[in-house]
Design a protein around this ligand. Structure first.
Ligand code: RIB
Length: 298
């Protein structure tokens, strides 16, 4: 069984700010660093660091060698990442004094998947393979439909929310992974409990993972509902915490671990990510997660 992650690759330009810049305001940043990121890349790195063999598909631009090298160094198969003309995807991320972020995303090469590339990638898919998707690339609707036709298990993180993803066949996903903002945009409900009810009713064949930041996370499918508290750490930068959760979640599914155990490992992995700066570099290895969990048990 293979895991194919068809997703974005970004250069993240990260600025430390006292607060998020307001309309009309000019604000001085106290620091700036460039990190490798993109929800797609982060999730592939999280899968790899959780011990899963993963094949990444997507596009980088002429400046994208650094992204390819990073995936390769981390053991991710990059056979299906194409180089295209123009710039790679990039973001401008503000991280404020309370470690929260706001992200401005430029799609760049991530928006250049062709029908031909989609066909070539998904031709590799077999029944039971996992297809991991986010919403930072073009062609999500077609990728979902093709993946489903091939009998792949669809894991969709519909982020960022836009018109296209709201019109995509979300009911085809085997797993929907959303945070509270995405959950609210999809269901129209402000409260987590109500979101879960709407998701379960509207997408009865789709398992839900709702992450709630410091309020933890909820997993719900037709058989069980599992709540997980967040593990408290000194937060430095919340970027990629959700992506870390996603990678460790899929790793747990592949290992057939009980859901409560999967959720606990995910909470530990994302707590470690939050305590470090940047996107991909903040994602912990399996051994670090296990050590951290042992410390929690003491
Ligand atoms: O989820 C975090 C990621 O979102 C960042 O790495 C950034 O690239 C944006 O895509």
């Amino acid at each position: 069984m293979r895991v194919i992650n068809y997703g974005s690759l970004n250069l993240d330009y990260v600025y430390q700010v006292p607060h998020m810049v307001r309309e009309g305001e000019t604000l001085a940043a106290s620091g700036m660093e460039t990190f490798l990121g993109g929800k797609g890349l982060n999730q592939s790195i999280a899968l790899a660091r959780a011990g899963v063999s993963v094949c990444h598909a997507g596009c980088v631009g002429e400046d994208g060698q650094v992204l390819l090298d990073y995936l390769k160094q981390n053991g991710v198969d990059i056979t299906w990442v194409q180089r295209v003309e123009g710039k790679s995807g990039h973001t401008i991320i503000q991280v404020d004094a309370s470690a929260q972020n706001s992200i401005l995303l430029f799609g760049g090469a991530n928006r250049k998947q062709t029908a031909e590339q989609i066909r070539q990638v998904l031709e590799q898919g077999e029944v039971g393979d996992y297809l991991v998707l986010q919403n930072e690339i073009n062609g999500i609707d077609a990728i979902m439909r093709y993946g489903k036709e091939k009998g792949m298990k669809l894991v969709l993180n519909p982020s960022p929310i836009n018109e296209a993803i709201l019109n995509a066949p979300l009911e085809m996903a085997d797993y929907l992974l959303v945070n509270e903002i995405e959950g609210s945009a999809i269901t129209g409900e402000p409260e987590p409990e109500a979101m879960v009810r709407v998701f379960r009713k509207r997408y009865p064949d789709t398992a839900l993972l709702l992450t709630l930041g410091t309020a933890g996370a909820i997993y719900a499918d037709e058989k069980e509902l599992v709540r997980q508290e967040a593990i408290r750490v000194k937060a430095v930068d919340t970027t990629a915490a959700g992506d870390t959760f996603t990678g460790y979640f899929i790793a747990g599914l592949l290992k057939n671990r009980p859901m409560a155990e999967i959720m606990r490992r995910c909470a530990a992995a994302s707590a470690l990510a939050v305590s470090r700066q940047g996107a991909a570099p903040s994602i912990p290895k399996k051994s670090e997660v296990e050590e951290f969990l042992l410390l929690q048990d003491r």
